[in-house]
Design a protein around this ligand. Structure first.
Ligand code: ADP
Ligand code: NI
Length: 206
């Protein structure tokens, strides 16, 4: 396990080590509460962002391939490699409109942990950090949020960061798989709404 952490500390994958650490801790927390503490959850959380399709010409197999190669080098047994590979491959949101083609308890838990890291105070910080990185405006009242985007539209979207709250972040609360994550999401969701209320009040000086 320590070896995986070291490996990832040096790997540049677009998501930093601290995100992985938070997701790993959260996945373990949820797994414990759900009585599903297991090594697939641990490895799935640690490896879920090992390679992002966004930076590999949209190649959605790249993450699971990298994870599998790494686990093979550690002599991990095949069924576990496959399970972890499936978690890595199916975790991402990608606009959220496509059909889910794989499901497992471990995937549900890691996905919840990853989604929880996209909401609340940290979610807000990450959204504006991403928006800055992409040179996006923080807000533009004339550009309305777009719901129901296709995978392609979601990827190409250049809208202000506030729109991302409506296109993704505020929708995540209802997408949680486990009861434990729903509970945490509820509080983080409320905090984001509070943030938006304050944001608009400052914007309009009311
Ligand atoms: P994932 O693939 O795990 O759903 P991403 O890699 O797309 O997430 O995003 C990483 C972080 O950047 C998340 O916190 C997410 O909310 C944020 N982010 C992604 N797209 C946007 C966007 N268009 N505007 C602002 N933040 C974004
Ligand atoms: Ni992630």
């Amino acid at each position: 396990m320590d070896f995986v952490k070291k490996e990832l500390e040096n790997a540049e994958s677009g998501h930093d080590w601290w995100h992985i650490r938070r997701v790993y801790n959260m996945a373990k927390h949820i797994a414990k509460k759900e009585n599903y503490d297991n090594v697939a959850v641990d490895l799935g959380a640690l490896l879920h962002d090992i390679a992002d399709a966004k930076f590999h010409n949209g190649d959605e197999e790249i993450g699971s391939q990298r994870a599998a190669a790494f686990l093979q080098s550690q002599n991990v047994k095949k069924p576990l490699i496959q399970e972890v590979g499936n978690i890595v491959k199916h975790i991402s949101f990608k606009g959220g409109n496509h059909q889910v083609s794989y499901s497992s308890r471990a995937l549900e838990i890691v996905q919840d942990a990853d989604r929880l890291d996209a909401i609340g105070a940290i979610g807000i910080a990450r959204a504006f950090s991403y928006g800055g990185y992409k040179n996006r405006k923080i807000y533009d009242p004339e550009i309305r949020p777009q719901l129901g985007m296709s995978k392609e539209e979601y990827r190409k979207n250049k809208a202000p960061t506030i729109n991302h709250f409506y296109e993704k972040l505020l929708l995540l609360k209802d997408k949680m798989n486990t009861a434990s994550a729903k509970e945490i999401a509820e509080q983080r969701h409320q905090f984001m709404q509070q943030f938006l209320t304050q944001f608009y009040a400052e914007w309009e000086l009311v």
